[in-house]
Design a protein around this ligand. Structure first.
Ligand SMILES: Cc1cc2nc3c(=O)[nH]c(=O)nc-3n(C[C@H](O)[C@H](O)[C@H](O)COP(=O)(O)OP(=O)(O)OC[C@H]3O[C@@H](n4cnc5c(N)ncnc54)[C@H](O)[C@@H]3O)c2cc1C
Length: 485
């Protein structure tokens, strides 16, 4: 049976975009269906990754300027800078990235249908356009990559004025003096430090007993120290009772109590609240049942390792399939879905992927934490480098940071890298490469690296780790000469 397309991709975020690009390189005819009236690029470009990071970069620049040259007349950043300028910067980046996506699709002869897509059967998608008309397309394969959207809070409503979510925070008209972030995931911590950099007094309310529990304990300690230094107040184990604007007192009240210990009601007065809770898959109206697509208990689409659903012609990728719900992973998943559909061999998404937290300063990690490695019964040693010992960090005034290597004491194999500090999300990739090639920490000692760079942290941490092994009784000569102990 002949179809209009080789693949129809529902959603133009990173998963959809990369599937479209890869399919086109395989000379396959692809159609992207996008429900947003104006923009391609999904949460990635329009409301999530790119805008939040553009705002963060602007805040970081202001912080760096202040740190280096001092506060002008003791004024806080919120008294000197306008939110409108910061958001204008974000908007310019967003427009630029949008144009790139649009042009790349055009250059690669990928068709785009604007409208809401829904499945009719295993090979057919119906698109309801913004003009009210309906178009029907068929394809050999369909990729569902419709992303995710936030779970709404049960205790209060987002009014998008005083009480904001990840979209309306990007429309603030001024830099708030006080902000309460409800949530303690990666995005919550990122926004908390972004606004703290702008002089905002930030409180974070976490409903769990702990937060960012996947971090190595030393990285977490550094982060908490940083929170103390910047006056970011984090309260854990919190049950929110209500959030509402008190017009008489002209502030927003957050009513909450601790879940254990003293459970008396507390009232926090703040200017704005930013709610960043969990996320759920965008499957409403997709008509998944038309193709008998299986979902899990939380409604995320179930796929196998090739990103194929239980229906042979339908694949799914990105946030709609759940963890890790990152743009970085979505790019790989969408591309691999295309490779698997068209039978072109490709590597799988590796088990170990880096995680980046774009707080100020950044945090990034890959592989095992020291605790995890020990719990697995491994004989591990760690090597640390503090940014205050790195010349480049002195020059850039980013001396607050640590890079920690976790490695096998017997063969020096690198098991994990954990970084808190400037450029952590970039720096992690050197460790990631060494790990991907099953390398050991002597790589950082035996290879010449550019100087001055923050990558020097790897060399210092490797020497620090080797020194510990030496002190434990292994001859230095054996450490450096014997590559396979
Ligand atoms: C505040 C925030 C910050 C983030 N920061 C980072 C970060 O720093 N790094 C990182 O890696 N990730 C980050 N993420 C996560 C990242 O944005 C997502 O993981 C990623 O965008 C998911 O890609 P996707 O392709 O699955 O979906 P999306 O990017 O959400 O795209 C899905 C698209 O599908 C469209 N769509 C939905 N339903 C239909 C339909 N029925 N018909 C047609 N079109 C439809 C939507 O309009 C949307 O354009 C962040 C997320 C948020 C919210």
């Amino acid at each position: 049976m002949s179809h209009n397309y080789d693949v129809i991709i529902i959603g133009s975020g990173p998963a959809g975009f990369s599937c479209a690009m890869q399919s086109s390189k395989f000379d396959k005819k692809a159609l992207v269906v996008e429900s947003h009236k104006d923009y391609l690029g999904g949460t990635w470009i329009n409301t999530g990754t790119v805008p939040s990071k553009a705002l963060r970069e602007a805040a970081k620049t202001i912080l760096e300027f202040n740190d280096q040259f001092g506060d002008h007349e003791n004024k806080k950043p919120y008294e000197r800078f306008r939110m409108a300028d910061l958001l204008q910067y974000k908007q310019e980046i967003l427009e630029k990235e949008n144009r790139k996506v649009k042009n790349d699709l055009i250059k690669n002869e990928v068709d785009v249908a604007r409208g809401f897509g829904k499945l009719v059967d295993e090979h057919t998608v119906e698109v309801e356009t913004h003009f009210g008309s309906t178009e029907t397309y068929t394809a050999e394969y369909i990729l569902v990559c419709t992303g995710s959207n936030p779970v709404q809070p049960k205790e209060f409503e987002i009014d998008n004025d005083k009480i904001l979510d990840y979209k309306s925070i990007l429309e603030l008209t001024h830099i708030p003096r006080r902000l309460t972030v409800i949530g303690s995931g990666v995005n919550a911590i990122e926004y908390a430090t972004t606004f703290a950099a702008l002089g905002t007094r930030v409180t974070v309310l976490a409903d769990s007993e702990d937060y960012l529990t996947f971090l190595d304990h030393e990285i977490k300690e550094q982060l908490e120290q940083h929170f103390n230094d910047k006056g970011i107040n984090i309260k854990t184990d919190v049950a929110i009772q209500d959030v509402e604007f008190n017009a008489l007192r002209n502030h927003t009240e957050v009513k909450f109590n601790k879940k254990s210990g003293d459970q008396r009601l507390q009232v926090l007065e703040t200017e704005h609240v930013l709610f960043l809770g969990g996320r759920k898959p965008n499957i409403d109206g997709l008509n998944l049942k038309a193709a008998q697509i299986e979902t899990d208990d939380n409604n995320f689409i179930v796929t196998d390792d090739s990103f194929k659903t239980n229906t042979d012609s339908i694949y799914a990728a990105g946030d709609v399939i759940g963890f890790p719900r990152l743009a970085s992973a979505s790019f790989s998943q969408g591309r691999l879905a295309a490779c698997n559909m068209f039978g072109i061999p490709a590597l799988e998404v590796p088990d170990q992927i880096p995680y980046g937290i774009y707080a100020i300063p950044e945090i990034s990690n890959i592989g095992l934490t020291e605790k995890q490695a020990k719990e697995m019964g491994m004989d591990v040693t760690v090597g640390r480098a503090y940014f205050e010992n790195i010349a480049k960090a002195d020059m850039t005034n980013h001396t607050n940071g640590i890079l920690k290597l976790v490695f096998n004491s017997n063969n020096f194999k690198l098991l994990g890298v954990h970084i808190f500090g400037d450029e952590a999300a970039n720096l992690i990739h050197l460790g990631q490469s060494v790990m991907a090639y099953d390398g050991d920490i002597r790589y950082f000692i035996n290879h010449v690296m550019n100087y001055p760079t923050l990558s020097e942290a790897y060399r210092i941490a490797a020497f620090n780790g080797v020194n510990r092994v030496y002190k434990a009784g292994v001859k230095y000569k054996n450490i450096l000469e014997d590559q396979e102990q």
